[in-house]
Write a protein that binds this ligand. Structure first.
Ligand SMILES: *Cc1c(COP(=O)(O)O)cnc(C)c1O
Length: 399
């Protein structure tokens, strides 16, 4: 029998004096100044700054177009409606994601079909996707977990010649490349998140990229189903007339948020440099520790490093994941878990009769994963504190 280990009392040298938050945003004077200008400009909802943010974002990715929305969830929902997906349809996605990726499938009345993940990347396994295709399958929502691009080519290949859309959840994948191409630069719909913890933040916000004709329709879906948006109606020379073509949603991004996005986008490449430095330091420190498994990056991708997901080798440890998180918190290190797999949540578990081992790869990895602080505000000393605390605990509890 294995006795649970008692918490170790952190020594002075292994305990930071201040709590290190998991993922605080880095907002500079430029963002603050631009927001203030937007507030003073007389135009605070969707308008010139949102249009500029869309153009800059599309230009950055080399995307055919971009539609700014108030969340990634809104972008995914808008895309499914625009694709005409609804009751009777099936949409394939991964259990290793945030609830939003699957909730939107329920929102449109379609059936989510979960497919287990690959053991290395924890991304949806394309080989298993093919086996789940039915005549009702209308879309696949691959999620670029932690910022590591999904193996897209086999999925796009499945979609070719079928009435099947590939709608990417790229909430973590800004900026990321798959086989040399930036995620979001293609013609299929791709949804990004600018939530507070994401690589680029507007507080709340999202972007949908895709081809121009698709985005024209998505724009209508995302704003009451109206044939023209407020900016065009109230601007100089604008007409008061509009038509409601369908009962659309209220998902537009206001200029106050776009003001932040304009500057966050300009800083993104610099942010990414720092994320990679932190990742390199973590991996250097942890890769030779047998009880730890560091994240992989396949040779044909550029990882966006939204998350640093460390996995434990439980057979080599007398401490579980949950207790390790508690011990790290005692040492003032904030961590998190991405994600509690979808099939464990009561709504999905009960509705679709899932058991924990319905998706054994997602489940077994969930039990041994934790996300370390990874953000651009981390100093070298902070990174050193995280490394020291993790290694100290792992060595204390090694079998
Ligand atoms: C954050 C996140 C979302 C939701 O993004 P919002 O902008 O908060 O709606 C969707 N999918 C994944 C994988 C996420 O991490």
């Amino acid at each position: 029998m294995i006795l649970p280990a008692a918490p170790t009392v952190p020594t002075v040298s292994t305990r930071r004096t201040e709590f290190l938050p998991f993922s605080p945003p880095l907002i500079g004077d430029e963002e603050i100044g631009e927001v203030v200008e937007a507030l003073r400009s007389g135009w605070i909802t969707t308008g010139p700054r949102t249009k500029r943010f869309e153009a800059d974002f599309a230009h950055y990715l080399g995307a055919p177009g971009a539609l700014a929305l108030n969340s990634c969830t809104a972008a995914l929902h808008t895309a499914l409606i625009t694709l005409g997906i609804g009751p009777g349809d099936e949409v394939i996605t991964t259990p290793m994601t945030f609830a939003a990726s699957v909730n939107v499938i329920e929102h449109v009345g379609a059936r989510p079909v979960l497919v287990d993940v690959e053991p290395d990347t924890l991304n949806i396994d394309p080989a298993r996707v093919e086996r789940q295709l039915t005549p009702h399958t209308r879309a696949i929502i691959p999620v670029h977990f932690a910022g590591h691009p999904v193996d897209l080519e086999p999925l796009l290949e499945l979609a070719r010649g079928r009435d099947l859309a590939v709608l990417e959840d790229a909430a973590h994948a800004l900026p990321a490349r798959y086989r040399g191409r930036l995620i979001g630069s293609g013609s299929n719909p791709v949804a990004f998140s600018f939530y507070a913890t994401k690589n680029l933040t507007t507080g709340e916000g999202g972007m949908l990229t895709g081809d121009a004709e698709f985005l024209d329709r998505a724009r209508i879906v995302s704003l009451h189903g109206m044939s023209r948006d407020a900016w065009k109606r109230y601007d100089k020379g604008g007409k008061w007339q509009y038509e409601v073509l369908l009962p659309g949603f209220k998902y537009n991004m206001p200029d106050i948020q776009a003001a932040m996005g304009l500057w966050q986008l300009r800083k993104l490449d610099g942010f990414e440099v720092r994320r990679r430095e932190v990742v390199a330091a973590y991996t250097r420190a942890f890769r030779d520790e047998p009880a730890l498994e560091t994240p992989t990056a396949r040779p044909d991708v550029e990882h966006a490093w939204h998350l640093y997901v460390l996995r434990l080798r439980p057979e080599l440890l007398r401490i579980g994941r949950d207790q390790l998180i508690e011990e790290l918190a005692l040492r003032n290190i904030g961590t998190s878990v991405h994600f509690i797999p979808i099939h464990l949540h009561p709504y999905y578990r009960d509705k679709y009769d899932y058991r924990p081992d319905s998706f054994p790869v997602a489940y077994s990895n969930y039990l041994r994963m934790l996300s370390l602080p990874l953000n651009v505000r981390l100093s070298d000393a902070d990174v050193g504190d995280v490394i020291e605390a993790v290694l100290d605990l792992v060595r204390t509890y090694r079998r």
